[in-house]
Design a protein around this ligand. Sequence first.
Ligand code: 5AD
Ligand code: SF4
Length: 467
Amino acid sequence: MKLPNLDEARKRTNNKVDYIYLDEHYDQNTFKGQKYFLRTYGCQMNVHDGEEIAARLESLGFTPTDKLEDADIVILNTCAIRENAHDKLYGFLGRCKHAKKDNKDLIIGICGCMAQEESVVKELMEKHPYVDIVFGTHNIHELQDLILKRSNKQDINVYSCEGEVYENISYKRDSNIKAWVNIQYGCDKFCTYCIVPYTRGKQRSRKSSEIIKEVENLVKEGYKEVTLLGQNVNAYGKDLEGELNFAGLLKEVSKTNIPRIRFVTSHPWDFTDEMIETIATCPNIMPYIHLPLQSGSSRILKLMGRRYTKEEYLKLFNKIKETIPNCAVTTDIIVGFPNETEEDFNETLDVVNTCKYDSAFTFIFSPRKGTPAAKMSDEVTMATKEERLHKLNELVNSYSLQANQKYVGQTVPVLIEGISEKDPNKVFGYTDTMKLVNISNAQDKIGKIIDVTITDAKSFSLDGEIK
Ligand code: 5AD
Ligand code: SF4
């Protein structure tokens, strides 16, 4: 089965990146008084897409609700990175089907990475006809039109090849203190386990002039922090002729004088000395790097198509730590890649023992249909994989605690973001190294960067006070 609109997308893009400047006007009275329920799963890219979806829904007059039963339209923004995403989608759809029994006019929409999977679209068409609209990651800009023009049959509008780069997008940002800024879409790396290049398409960088304009506007609006977003930010600009590289982009963003700049995610293969120097020398680029390892075994790294060896990773890690001494480094690790041996796994533990990461996201390999790794034979049992994950987590958490304990007694700048969810008498914020800090009696400091003395450390957070 081919996803609809492939030919149309090809015609529109001519198989190359084009820039479209949106100039949209919608009538906010169209759905006045009606409510939307938006649920987003997955990575920061999806979260930021959710901010675009919310703005689009509000441009038609919908207002938000967090109660499914009050909603007139439900949008589920899905993630496809691991298998359990399917359970989440179909579990949620069960609830939507039920809600539609009470409100037959309820509009149900599915988007995000799973909407880019042919098997999912097929299943939605065959088994879930009560879903009204399905759109992909390349055509979020069509959401209003999809809602306005929807017919009484299922409207599926998913491009199976990447679309253009759109500018002048409006976002309903979750925070007025820190903002996500896309710098590129898609990924060309095709790591053998990863579905992202299929669901988000090939790499398309935004023009640096557009990125800078967006950051300058955020500065004017009083934002204190931007996080530059991409699947592989270090490869920024490689797909555009005459464009800055990532280090060049960082330098330009630094000149906007936004107090804090972060970026995710970095691929070790594209990380250059110039980037390290830039992070070390620009005071508003935060000393925090998320540097996915995936595996410590060079044999497994080769099977994963990661393009670096254990030794090359460690060389890069050491260079980062030597040049940016206070830099925090976090990572992603997959255990149980097909036929990972005990020796392979021990290599991963060895890298963790060397790098002593500030924190790590750890996953059991999940075969994703259509990726090369899903076709690899695998003799390792799930019980062994779970055991390895448990062992890895214990090690990773012990280093997180160690890294946090070093902060006790230090006074460090913290950007205060809001009231703590767990304790209304406390506020929370992040250090420049991305450590979560809970602070007493500082409600008047929200939105400010202030010096906080760290009084206690746990594995996942710090406690602090203002002296
Ligand atoms: N199985 C398990 N983990 C995966 N990741 C990506 N694809 C898979 C998969 N098929 C992890 C990687 C990546 C993070 C975002 O998710 O570690 O860096
Ligand atoms: Fe997936 Fe690899 Fe691209 Fe990251 S770099 S999004 S893991 S293909």
